[in-house]
Design a protein around this ligand. Sequence first.
Ligand code: 13P
Length: 258
Amino acid sequence: MTQPNRKPLLAGNWKMHLDLKGSVELVRALLKDLPADGREVLVAPPFTALSVVAEVLKGTPIRLGAQNLHWEEKGAFTGEVSGGQLKDAGCSAVIIGHSERRQFFGETDATVAKRVRAALKAGLVPILCIGETLDERESQRTWRVLETQLQGGLEGFTAPELATLVVAYEPVWAIGTGKTATQGQAQDAHLFIRKTLAKMLGEGFAAGVRILYGGSVKPDNVDGLMSEPDVDGALVGGASLKAADFARIIKFQIPARR
Ligand code: 13P
């Protein structure tokens, strides 16, 4: 279970799903089914739904995030959205470097670092996604990939600058496949990430940073994953689109240790 200074964060990445009506219905249903406190909840709808969802979430404990941002503040960048615009739409966080962006849209560690800087400048919490492909895992390159993505994506930052950073470990082979990492695989990777961050940014920083697990998180595996000491939350795709499933994930329970 996560340390007391790392409040569990359950985040829903809606990807390219839901229209405005469906978005509003989903957050309304979630709001009816929230646990009292002790955990932070965030939803990341597509850009088009941010404003309407922000309206519904006003004054509630659910926070709003976006799925990407551009690194420039404004200008002739057709199709892009800036951190300032996301703030204006009601966001407090933004997902950066998701594997789908790396895989399909040419995201690199260098562009990830630019987006992290832009997010921090706009006052948004960066949720930095990293993770290895199946091929990389099977050829024993997992640690090298994670280290490279952390070093590249956070190049040039100091620990105080990254005070709000959240890291999401999302093994690519577990995303949307129904194949979740085992608790042990998740814990090993999270511990490796924390140790790497300790080397890069100091022990104090690493002890406080939240590391989420993402990849086929479901109501029936969240309790086990969250019982691992370095798993501080979840970044949920498919199951975050069903109010009952995401509500159950938010209400994860750590089985008592015998
Ligand atoms: P799934 O939960 O659908 O596997 O997606 C995970 C993910 O990519 C969250 O960002």
